[in-house]
Ligand binder design. Sequence first.
Ligand SMILES: *Cc1c(COP(=O)(O)O)cnc(C)c1O
Length: 404
Amino acid sequence: MSASNAGSSSSLYQTYARAELSFERGEGVWLIARDGRRYMDFAGGVAVSSLGHAHPHLVAALKEQADKLWHVSNLFQIPGQERLGERLTAVTFADRAFFTNSGAEALECAIKTARRYQYVSGHPERYGIITFEGAFHGRTLATIAAGGQAKYLEGFGPKVQGFDQVPFGDLDAVRAAITPETAAILIEPVQGEGGVRVVPPEFLRALRTICDENGLLLIFDEVQTGVGRTGTLYAYEACGAVPDILASAKGIGGGFPMGVCLATEEAAKGMTAGTHGTTYGGNPLAMAVGNAVLDVVLADGFLEHVRDTAILFKQSLASLADRYPDVIEEVRGTGLLIGLKAKVPNSLLVQELRANGLLAVMAGDNVVRLLPPLILTADEMREGMERIEAAVAELSPGAARKSA
Ligand SMILES: *Cc1c(COP(=O)(O)O)cnc(C)c1O
């Protein structure tokens, strides 16, 4: 039975090709399957489990809030939202925060904020957003249009208008795509789903200049790169280009569904009372966990630890790639957002890693993504490396094969 039809008798939508594996609990970097097998979770719930599983500080924050209050809606003040908003704006470029339940909703807010900014700035004609090939911005109707990938658009009716896609890394194409209708440029500083493709800092800085020269807003999709994943709180900090609007989610809730759209006061000036809203976004449970995640990520030395672990990990992987060039073509990424461009089919490598007790995620461009929790210790990294090496050796045509 293949993974893709394994659930055909299930009552669920058949939209996922799930692995035949389910877990009972998690502890830090480990996931424990129902049959008792232990896996190192380098899939991290796709960059969500930023602090691993069952982090005591997060568990305590959620339990404490669960006893007090779950939900009131945005008809009322939510102190946890004010606090998290204040903390996020204090440590980023932003002055304003809008809390959502997911990454795609954070992007929807970002897109609406940019269009609305142009509208209230006397340019109602400017609604177009320039995006990049290989991008992934979510699965809502607007964000599949922004991502521009045929496989996600097919059969879902007319594509939402106003997204113009240009080739990855092509500055001339960006300039050529700007029209009197353009409102903003939207980019992931590192394309996650697209194959861990790092955008060079000088490219991001050039986009900033182009935006300034043309009255456009620069939007960073940091849903995957944000909250310490790349070694700084947000990836923009390391590239020398500051966006006007930023979408964050995944790691920000450490597994509790939440996201946020951050913006400068100027960029958010059109988002006045009644222009946007959400029932659940920023509810007390999510805010309790979000604040707890920040407690950990912003603690002294935490991001330094991420950077140190990432350097060691990447060096080890680079050495592995040197020894097994027939399996690994390239090691990519920043911080603990790491991609192995595979010579073998990436699905095969993911499968072999799983057989060796390590979970990883596929990405575009035949890449395998490694997204371990940011709390990964050097010892855990080495244990992960042993499993990765065992899997890679198994797949190496040059090495003795088990069955050959
Ligand atoms: C995952 C992701 C999204 C979508 O987030 P959801 O929470 O699945 O809606 C958007 N952009 C990027 C870069 C992502 O990695």
